[in-house]
Each structure stands twice: as structure tokens, then as C-alpha cells.
Ligand binder design. Sequence first.
Ligand code: ZN
Length: 413
Amino acid sequence: MEFTAQEKYEFKRLLDGLRGKTGRGTELISLYIPPDKQISDVTSQLREEYGQAANIKSRVTRLSVQGSLESAMSRLKLIPRPPPNGVVLFIGAVDAGANKTEMYSVALEPPDPIVTYRYHCDSQFLLAPLEEMLADKKTFGLIVIDRREAAIGVLRGKYVEPLKTLTSTVPGKQRKGGQSSHRFQQLRLIAIHDFYKRVGESATEAFLAIDPKDLEGILIGGPSPTKEEFMDGGFLHHELQRKVLGAVDVSYTDESGLYELVDASQDKLLDLEVTQDKVVMRRFMKELVSDKGLAAYGEAEVRRNLELGAVEVLLLSEDLRKTRAKIECTNRSCDFSQEQTRTSASEPPGSCLKCGSALAVAEEEDIVSNLSKLADKSSAAVKIISTEFEEGAQLFKAFGGIAAILRYKTSHI
Ligand code: ZN
């Protein structure tokens, strides 16, 4: 299941929230239940843990551990069987400040199937398996090559997976007695060419097996001039040849060279990551200064254009931390209500413009979700822009984190 930019953002925010929660002792329970696991097995394990918790000496800890386990067991009753990707539960008495704790519980289906069952008790929730699912899964083809040997592998997210090593029959530079120098050179060149061809064929086979939309690019490493000879010689399938990002100097050409290649290519990889964001932000900046002016920014202006269906691409900063709330008057005989953008969920909503009574928040959601939903209604694309490059930082600082490229120009009212 591939996450959309918005889902990814929401998931990230959820993890941020979970990361901030702590327990007093080891009473925070994280359960990762794979799709094929029987819920009844999990429940009986928790019951056992509950019994063992009776041995905990500190009364406070014992009670809160048992409370968390009880809460986990009753939550599991609501899940007759795990959903297709399994289910993750975070449950426990979390620190609520002012020397108080409150029972927290959330159940969610992860974006990828859970493979390993985990029951984890700690003073923090176990988030690593979810973080890993969220991590970039972009795939790169890797080739390291000199005239003697080559290694082929792939980089998936942060992980290098070596696939194949090959060795050549290219003779050394020293010719044996009795061979003419010319003949020797000729044989040597043929052997080199054959080796490149074999490496190209193996790499082609390995990389064409990857879904083309997942294969972001191919990195080639090795000493000069081998890597250039290989890169420019057309030894890869033409579809793959187009994806070659460049050649980098590395000193090893066995499996360890694959790791060296990834290290040496960090700049290229990082560039690629922000490139898509950069392209769309540059387009926005260009529209901003052009006469046609197909650009809008600021929440009110963008919201207005979204409502008109005039937005082609909605640009939202990843650092945006605001909510959109429906505010209602607490006075029952007053019908005042309005929508409000709030910088923090704890901000008091103020008093009623009609009757002066206190206002209360009736509904509240993250502004990124709120605007994204509005964008969906007119099939506008939504881009969550990182602040880790100049134009991205500008979107946040200069444009309030909300901007849009328009389909057509709308007039101000
Ligand atoms: Zn009122």
C-alpha cells in the first residue's frame, strides 16, 4: 500500500505525538500483531503477563502495569481478527503532567504488513517498526566495476542488498612470452568488452525485475576509466541507461564497494529527493512574478481558490502546525458558529460576537488534512513541501506555509 503525501504526513504527525508520550515505569505497551496471528493467543499472553505483574513490588507500578494490560485486553475484544496488514496497539498510562497519568490507547493498521509479532513494555512506545515502514522505499540500482571484478546490488530505502558478483578473465597487463604485443592487447580489449557485456546483462536482468516506477535511478562506481567506459558503452538495456544518475569514484569493486558507492553518492541522492519539490516550487515562484499570475498564497486566498475549484496544485509546508476548527457558542439560545484557523489546539476560542458568551470548539482537524480534503473535491494535486531547501523554507516563512498554482486566474472580491 503506497501512502499519498497527505497520508504520509498524517502518519508522521501521529508518530510525533506517540514519541512524546512517556510512562512512569515500564507500563507502556506496544503490540504488533501480524495478520495471521490469532487474537486469542495475544489475549492469553497478556493474561499471563497480568498474573506475573502481581510480583512487581512497587504498588504504584504494579497497578499501572496491570491497568495497562487490562485496557489492552479490553481493546483486543473489539478486534475479532487482525485486518489485512495486521494491527498495532499502543496502550498505557501516560504521564499527563501535574503528577497525573491518563490511560491512552490507539489501534491502527500499518501501511505495510506486520511480519513479526511483538509484545513490548517500556516507558516509551516502540515505534521503530512503524518508522521503518514510513521510511523512503525508493530503489536504486548499484553497480561497482573495474576490469577484474564487479558487484551488482540495489539500495532500498537505507538498505543495500548485494545481488551478484562477477569476475573477469581479463589478463593482467603483463603479457606472457611468445605473444605479440599487438595480439595481446587485442585479446585483452576483447576480454574487457566481454566482461562489460556480462556485467551489463546481469545488471539489466536484475534491474528490469524491479517495477520501473520504483526504480529511481542507477549509480555506477569504480576507478577511472573503467566506470566511464562501462557507463558510456551502452551495456545496459536502453530503458535502464536513461536512469543512470552518474559515476562515482570508489576503491572497492566487491560487495563492500556497493556500500562505498552509496556513501559516496549521498549528495546525488539528496538532490534527487528534493528535486521534485524544487521543480514545483520554482513553478510557483515563476507564476508569482509573471503577468498571467497563476499563483495564490496565504490561507484565505488559497482557500477561496480551492472553493472555486481553481487550484491545480496545492502547496503545503511540512512544518505547518495549525488546526481548522468549528467554533460554536456555548449559550444554547444562541446559534452563532464559525470556522476558525488556530495556531494551537489549546488556544482558547474567545467569546461570542453575538451574545458575548464563551465559545467552544465543536470540531477540530489538522489544517493540512482540512485543506487537502478541500483540494480533493476539485481534483487538485496536493504537495507537502519540505523546508530543507531554500524555496521550501520560503514557502513556510514568506507565504505562511500555504500556496497554490492555479488553473486559471480568479478575481479578488
Ligand atoms: Zn452566542
